[in-house]
Design a protein around this ligand. Sequence first.
Ligand code: ADP
Length: 269
Amino acid sequence: ERDCTIEIRIVPYAFGQLLILGRDVTQISRLNQMRKDFIANVSHELRTPLTVLQGYLEMMDDPDMANALHNKKAIGMMSDQCERMFSLVNQLLVLSRIEANRDNIFDHLVDVPAMLLLLETEAEQINSDRGHKISFHVDHDLLIHGVEDELRSAFTNLVKNAIRYTPNGGDVVVRWELINAQAKFSVTDNGDGIEAQHLSRLTERFYRVDKARARSTGGSGLGLSIVKHVLAHHRSQLEIESVVDEGSCFYFEFPAELVVKRQKRSKSA
Ligand code: ADP
């Protein structure tokens, strides 16, 4: 069952008659609603950290409250909130760049193994206070046609989520492999998992399973919608398998026409 919006216009017609015109504007009104929701969400996401910042500034301005200990705590909290706003604005910029990008993916060749090597280092840095065991299994000859910045965003978001939504000391396994001529990327964790009813909505902008907890983990709520856009541009789509309290696997496959095997340099050259 789907709602539908019809715009009715009544216009004068010949011989004193009236003409009734109907137009299906369901799609237009749906897009308008999405735009309004999006602006409301962004405003809300920015308002919350700004309110916290303002609160701490007022506290620091109050001579009774402003002592060295309080100030140190306040500065720490304020810098967390700034980081949160930066992360949101950066993700918004990535999203709008992807949406505007009409680059032909076949114009570029992306060295995914080199990208994953850097991502592994970054993941270990983020992991320093989480204590997960993170392992990367990478086919070093597997390259693809695509847009490097976009792919980096997609891979990074999935790895960061696995780290973020797995209780300390978990296992995160990242794979980049050739399967049936397709290039498959997967991130498996043994973390929180996700209830089935949420799965189809996860790639919506700002959709979070547990809003309070997701917020405290510092995400922007845009990560998976970025992944979805990037994959659509690369002829692929995100698949999710998940069991609550057991873990999740986020994966996708790039079609064979995007796959390129690295040319081995011949020794005589
Ligand atoms: P966020 O910035 O909140 O992480 P995302 O779009 O990246 O936003 O993810 C949306 C939601 O999907 C998260 O808030 C979280 O509830 C859920 N999620 C994403 N990845 C995982 C994961 N690996 N394990 C469990 N839940 C996850």
